[in-house]
Design a protein around this ligand. Structure first.
Ligand code: KG4
Ligand code: ZN
Length: 347
């Protein structure tokens, strides 16, 4: 099954080609330099940049995969969630490409794409995760925990009550005067710092639910920097990172125990964080993280998610697929749920 996937949900024009679980090409045209002076993504600029980039990025992905568009079995694109105008560019382009090539079109949920990134074939030949498992998605826009009892079913377990983990990384990076995009810059600075040298609160400490909260931690960093400007920025970065990583791993591990799952799949841009990867490897769980090149937004993960859907469910009804519109807000979970023995966990 040979699928081309497009993601234009935020500020990266991502196009990938996958044959089954094998990623043949993954081209990402980043707009980071354009948005850097503003310290964040300007939606209108993002849409215009996608529009001027998408055609070239698709051509480059096909060239690197050595595939002609007529050889494809399907074309897939992110339908949401994301920035409305940005989503619209990739979605419309993908529909037009599919229509013009007489191919099926497969709309994909962005978060299902992040999870599918963990399915990509690995150099060591390790098998992909198989449901049931617990799934943590930590990106710039989302921090959510799902139980996945079977492929394609996502049961909401918990999530951030305020900022997403990646968003907190970006905001604290800004407080530390680091360049946009802040997450990777903060992580690099934290490598040189001592996480125990700076006092910061533990987010949602002593809570029995499976939710996260990062905005109080961000405020604590702001207050600390104002009161004690002499603190080494690397120590502040390391302490902040340790608190975020600790919270993500503690809540996910506790939820895994409660839901009786021994496998944890972690996806989204924050899954690129080395400290998080280290803490996950030390946890008492079978943990799957995406390849580094597939952790942040990209088109290959959308192609992989489409391959899975096609394999499981066959070609979707094309009158429905072509009618799908860009959906800035789009839930992934079927319904909120709690395990029977955790009915008193609150949240
Ligand atoms: O999944 P993603 O590419 O986009 C969204 O769907 O939101 O995630 C981007 C987020 C950004 O907030 C970025 O700062 C964060 O992931 N991120 C990281 C690292 N690499 C990317 N955060 C911490 N450490 C990293 N190494
Ligand atoms: Zn994403």
């Amino acid at each position: 099954m040979l699928v081309l996937g497009i993601d234009t949900s935020c500020d990266d024009t991502g196009v990938g080609v996958a044959r089954g679980r094998s990623v043949l090409a993954n081209v990402v045209a980043s707009q980071a330099a354009l948005h850097a002076p503003l310290g964040g993504v300007l939606p209108e600029t993002a849409s215009r940049e996608h529009l001027s980039a998408v055609d070239h990025v698709v051509a480059e992905a096909l060239r690197r995969a050595s595939v002609d568009r007529r050889e494809l079995d399907a074309v897939a694109a992110t339908r949401g969630p994301g920035l409305a105008g940005a989503l619209l560019v990739g979605l419309s382009y993908a529909k037009a490409l599919a229509w013009g090539s007489a191919l099926p079109f497969v709309p994909v949920h962005h978060l299902e794409g992040h999870v599918a990134a963990c399915l990509a074939e690995r150099e060591d030949g390790a098998p992909p995760p198989e449901p049931p498992y617990l799934c943590l998605i930590a990106s710039g826009g989302h921090t959510v925990l799902f139980d996945v009892p079977e492929a394609g079913r996502y049961v909401h377990v918990g999530g951030s009550r305020d900022d997403a983990a990646g968003e907190a990384f970006d905001k604290v990076a800004r407080l530390l005067g680091l360049p946009y995009p802040g997450g990777p810059a903060l992580a690099a600075l934290a490598e040189r710092g001592d996480p125990d040298a700076v006092p910061l609160p533990r987010p949602m400490a002593r809570q029995a639910c499976f939710d996260f909260s990062f905005s109080g931690l961000k405020t604590a960093v702001a207050v600390l920097l104002e009161r004690r400007p002499e603190l080494p920025p690397a120590d502040v970065a390391a302490a902040f990172q340790a608190r975020v990583v600790g919270s993500l791993v503690d809540v996910a591990a506790r939820a895994a125990t409660t839901f009786g799952r021994d496998t944890l799949v972690v996806a989204g841009g924050v899954a690129a964080n080395r400290s998080l990867r280290g803490a996950l490897a030390a946890a008492d769980l079978r943990t799957f993280v995406p390849r580094l090149d597939l952790a942040t937004d990209n088109g290959a993960m959308i192609a992989l998610a489409a391959v899975e859907r096609l394999r499981r469910e066959g070609v979707p009804d094309q009158s429905v697929a072509f009618a799908v519109d860009a959906a800035p807000y789009l839930p992934l979970a079927d319904a909120p749920s709690r395990p029977r023995d955790a009915s008193r966990t609150g949240g």
